[in-house]
Design a protein around this ligand. Structure first.
Ligand SMILES: [Zn+2]
Length: 673
C-alpha cells in the first residue's frame, strides 16, 4: 500500500479567497472558475467499444463527442474535473494527462479527475477492455492507437483552456432526482438470473449538480452526476453518440446558450436506463436530466468555495481464488467470451507469466470546506458503494462518481459477489481479469475513502450518535414543549458550555444551554438540528475546538470542522447572530497552547473575511491569562481544565454587552420574515 497524500493546508487558501464586505446573505464567496470544451469526434472510422457483438468500425455520427473541463480555484488549491463521452479512460492515459498538467500548471495528481460517461458509442481506446473487441485487425488497432493519442492531447488541451480561462465566479451545488435508472439484476433464490429490469433492486436516483455562475448570477456551466449505464441506444447502432449523457449536455447547452454542461456517472454499474433500445429514448432520458437541471437552477443552491483538501489512496484489491490450469483448459474448449478469456489466461501461463492475484486501485476525494465531498472511484462501481458511503458518511453531502480516472473492470459490492452473475463474474472476461473479486473489496474501498475523507464527513457513524443522543434529547426537557423557546440565545459546545450556569451569568437574557460534554465541532454539526435549527434562536454562541485539539486532530482539520459548523448554522438560521468564542487556554492543556493560538487565528481570520455583519468572533482567552501570559489556575476548578465561578464571571462580563446588544427585549428577532 502506498501512503496516501492529503493536503489540508488549503483551508488557509480558502480563508484567503473569501471575499469580504457583504452581509449575511447566503451567497457563495467568489472563486476562480474556468470552463472549456473540445470536440473529440474522430474524423475517421474507429471501432466502438462497450458491446462485444460489433466487428466493424463506426459507420457515422449520430452526435458529436465531447471532452469538457471545469477548473476551480487558484494556485496549489486548483482542481480540474474533465468529463468525456467515452466508455472509460485507462489509468495510463489519466496518468499521462496528470503528468502534463503537473508540468505545465503545477496541478498535483490528486487534483485532477477524469470522469467517463460510459457511452457505448465512442471509440475504443488502447489498453481498455481488450477482450471485448472481437476480430480486431491490425489496421483497426492502429486507428484505436491514433485516436487514443489524440484524446490524450485533447484532455491536456481542454484542461489547459479551463485553467487559462479562469475568472471570478460563484459555485453552488444542489441535488435533484431523476427516475429513469432501473436496477438490472434479476435474481432467483438469491442468485443472479439475468440482465433485466428489477423494480425491487437498489438504485440511486439522486442528481447532485454543481452550478458555476458569474459574480452577477449569470449561468456559466453545470456538472451533474447520475448513477446509470449510458446504454439506451440499440446495441446494433454503430455510430458515434453520447447516448443519454450526450443528449443531456446538448439539451442543457441549447436552453442556456453560452454555457457548458458536463455529465459524470455515479455508481450505476448495475443500473440501466429504462425504457431503452432507441436513439429517441436516449434523447428523452437526456431531456429528463435537462428538465431537472432547469428546475434546480430556479432553486437556491448551497454556496461552495474552492476545494480545501484533495487526497488519494492507492491499494490492491484481491481477486478470489484463481481457477486451476485444468479449469482454464476446460473453459477454453467452450465457445464465446468465456473461451476467449480462458485462452488468453492459458497463453499467459504458457509464457511462464503469473496471473495477477490483485488489481491496483486508487480512490480520490475533494473536500469543499466540509460542505461537499466529491469521491472519485475507478471502474464500473455498483450502486451499494454510493448508498453505503452516503449512509455512513454525512449523507447528502457526498458526491460519488464511478468511471473515474480508470476503468479496470466492474467493482461489485460484497452482496453482489455472493449473488454472482454478470457484474461479478462474466463481465471480468471482457476486461481480461482472471476472476471475480474477493468479498472484502467493498470494505477496503469504503475504508480507504473513510481514511482520506476529512473528519467532518464521518458524522453518521453509530458511536458518536449513541454517545450523545440521550444527553441531547434531555437538553430542553424542562422547557415548555421540550424545546428551547424561539428567539432565545443558544449556547452550543462542549463541557465548558455545559458546566456554565448561564441563568446566573445572564439573569436578564433568554439564554439556553445546549452544551454536551466532550463534544467537538464535528459532533455539533451532526446535531445541528436539535441544537440550533429547532430552536430558531436569535443568537447562537459557539464553543468547541478544545476537545478537538486534545484528541490530536490537526489544527487545519479543526478549523475546517468549525467552518462547517458556522456555515451550517448560517444556513439553518439565516437571520441569527452567530458568536464564535475562541478556544480557551487552560493549565491542563498548556501543551496545546500553540495549536490553540493557531486555531483561534484561523477562526478569527475566517470570521473577518466572511464579511457577515451578524457573525463575530470573541476572544475569551486573554481574560484568563496572568501577567506572565500563563492561564491563571485560580480561575479553574480542581481539574485545571474547566472554569470556576470566577472564570465564568469574567466571560459573562465580556459577553453581556455583546449579547444584550444583539437581542431585543423578549428575545424575539424583529428581522425574521
Ligand atoms: Zn458497463
Amino acid at each position: 500500500m502506498r501512503p496516501f497524500r492529503a493536503c489540508l493546508a488549503g483551508v488557509c487558501l480558502l480563508l484567503a479567497s473569501i471575499s469580504a464586505g457583504r452581509g449575511a446573505e447566503l451567497e457563495s464567496t467568489l472563486v476562480q472558475i474556468g470552463l472549456a470544451r473540445v470536440d473529440i469526434t474522430p474524423s475517421y472510422a474507429v471501432r466502438l467499444t462497450g458491446y462485444g457483438s460489433r466487428t466493424n468500425e463506426a459507420g457515422g455520427t449520430d452526435q458529436q463527442l465531447w471532452a469538457k473541463a471545469l477548473a476551480i480555484g487558484e494556485g496549489p488549491a486548483a482542481v480540474v474535473v474533465i468529463t468525456v463521452d467515452n466508455l472509460g479512460i485507462p489509468a495510463e492515459m489519466t496518468e499521462e494527462v496528470a503528468r502534463r498538467l503537473d508540468k505545465r500548471f503545477g496541478l498535483k495528481r490528486e487534483r485532477l479527475a477524469i470522469c467517463a460517461s460510459h457511452t457505448h458509442y465512442a471509440p475504443a481506446l488502447t489498453g481498455m477492455a481488450k477482450l471485448i473487441l472481437k476480430d480486431l485487425t491490425a489496421e483497426q488497432s492502429e486507428r484505436i492507437a491514433r485516436y487514443s493519442a489524440e484524446l490524450t492531447d485533447a484532455f491536456e488541451r481542454v484542461a489547459a483552456e479551463a485553467l487559462e480561462s479562469r475568472r471570478p465566479g460563484r459555485l453552488g451545488w444542489c441535488e435533484g432526482r431523476v427516475g429513469f435508472a432501473g436496477n438490472r439484476r434479476t435474481l432467483v433464490d438469491g442468485l443472479w438470473k439475468a440482465n433485466a429490469q428489477n423494480p425491487e433492486g437498489l438504485v440511486d436516483h439522486s442528481l447532485p449538480t454543481l452550478v458555476a455562475r458569474d459574480p452577477d448570477g449569470k449561468l456559466r456551466g453545470v456538472l451533474v452526476n447520475y448513477a446509470c449505464h449510458c446504454t439506451t441506444i440499440n446495441a446494433n447502432d454503430n455510430k458515434y453518440c453520447g447516448d443519454w449523457a450526450g443528449f443531456a449536455q446538448e439539451t442543457i447547452e441549447r436552453s442556456h446558450p453560452g454555457t457548458i454542461a458536463m455529465v459524470a456517472i455515479g455508481c450505476g454499474a448495475d443500473a440501466n436506463p429504462y425504457p431503452r433500445g432507441t436513439l429517441d429514448l436516449a434523447r428523452d432520458h437526456g431531456q429528463e436530466i435537462a428538465r431537472e437541471v432547469d428546475r434546480l437552477l430556479e432553486e437556491k443552491q448551497l454556496p461552495l468555495g474552492a476545494v480545501t483538501a484533495a487526497a488519494e489512496e492507492s491499494f490492491d484489491l484481491p481477486f478470489a481464488k484463481l481457477p486451476t490450469r485444468a479449469q482454464w483448459e476446460e473453459r477454453a474448449k467452450q465457445k464465446g467470451p468465456i473461451a476467449t478469456h480462458a485462452q488468453a489466461q492459458l497463453a499467459r501461463l504458457d509464457r511462464g507469466e503469473q496471473l495477477p492475484q490483485t488489481l491496483p486501485y486508487r480512490v480520490e476525494t475533494w473536500d469543499f470546506g466540509g460542505e461537499l465531498a466529491m469521491i472519485f472511484l475507478p471502474g464500473e462501481v455498483t450502486v451499494e458503494y454510493a448508498l453505503r458511503l452516503k449512509r455512513e458518511h454525512a449523507g447528502k453531502r457526498l458526491w460519488v462518481s464511478g468511471y473515474s480516472n480508470d476503468e479496470p473492470c466492474y467493482i461489485a459490492s460484497r452482496r453482489l459477489i455472493g449473488e454472482g452473475g454478470y457484474e461479478v463474474e462474466s463481465s471480468m472476461w471482457y476486461y481480461d481479469r482472471p476472476t471475480h473479486f474477493a468479498p472484502e473489496v467493498e470494505d477496503m474501498i469504503v475504508g480507504a475513502v473513510e481514511r482520506i475523507l476529512p473528519e467532518a464527513y464521518r458524522l453518521a457513524r453509530e458511536q458518536p450518535v449513541k454517545r450523545w443522543q440521550a444527553e441531547i434529547e434531555k437538553l430542553d426537557a424542562k422547557q415548555p414543549g421540550g424545546r428551547a423557546p424561539e428567539g432565545s440565545i443558544v449556547f452550543v459546545g462542549s463541557s465548558t458550555i455545559r458546566r456554565w450556569d448561564l441563568l446566573k451569568s445572564f439573569p436578564d437574557l433568554p439564554v439556553v444551554n445546549h452544551g454536551f460534554g466532550g463534544s467537538q465541532y464535528a459532533d455539533a454539526v451532526y446535531f445541528l438540528k436539535p441544537l440550533v435549527e429547532d430552536a430558531q434562536p436569535s443568537t447562537v454562541v459557539l464553543y468547541d475546538g478544545d476537545n478537538d485539539l486534545a484528541a490530536g486532530k490537526p489544527v487545519e482539520q479543526v478549523a475546517a470542522d468549525a467552518i462547517a459548523m458556522i456555515y451550517r448554522t448560517r444556513l439553518a438560521v439565516p437571520e441569527a447572530r452567530i458568536i464564535v468564542l475562541s478556544v480557551k487556554p487552560s493549565p491542563k492543556r498548556r501543551a496545546l497552547v500553540d495549536a490553540q493560538r493557531k486555531l483561534n487565528a484561523m477562526l478569527e481570520g475566517y470570521v473577518i473575511t466572511r464579511g457577515d455583519k451578524r457573525l463575530s468572533y470573541v476572544d475569551v482567552g486573554a481574560l484568563l491569562l496572568g501577567s506572565e501570559g500563563e492561564p491563571r489556575s485560580d480561575l479553574f476548578v480542581a481539574d485545571q481544565l474547566h472554569l470556576n465561578d470566577q472564570g465564568y464571571a469574567l466571560w459573562a462580563e465580556k459577553l453581556r454587552p455583546i449579547l444584550a446588544q444583539s437581542t431585543p427585549p423578549g428575545g424575539r428577532n424583529s428581522n425574521r420574515e
